[in-house]
Design a protein around this ligand. Structure first.
Ligand code: FES
Length: 104
């Protein structure tokens, strides 16, 4: 399975993705410096903000109140916004496309 990641410069790269890992871990482990993920996945920093391709929206885990509250602290929240540490990758998400969001 693969994940397609777009960085802040708009460069897109296809990476191998493992089920059971979070999208944040997969992005970070593939060397994308644009994704800070400062809290390490504790859902408390919002620096793992990504925009998820809407074609996959109904296959994602639902957004929790904590995640939604944290996303509200970002000026760049859109309907496609998710915290990538809260998305566990699975076979059903093969081919998922995410774009790293600007901090702020
Ligand atoms: Fe901090 Fe996701 S890594 S909220």
């Amino acid at each position: 399975p693969t994940l397609k990641v777009t960085n802040l410069a708009g460069e897109e790269r296809l990476v191998e993705a493992e089920s059971g890992r979070t999208v944040m871990e997969i992005i970070r482990d593939n060397g994308f410096a644009d994704l800070q993920a400062l809290c390490g996945g504790c859902c408390s920093c919002a620096t793992c903000h990504v925009y998820v391709d809407e074609a996959f929206a109904d296959r994602l885990q639902p957004i929790s109140d904590d995640e939604s509250d944290l996303l509200d602290s970002s000026a760049n929240r859109t309907a496609q916004s998710r915290l990538s540490c809260q998305l566990v990758f699975s076979q059903a998400l093969d081919g998922l496309r995410v774009r790293i969001a600007e901090a702020g």
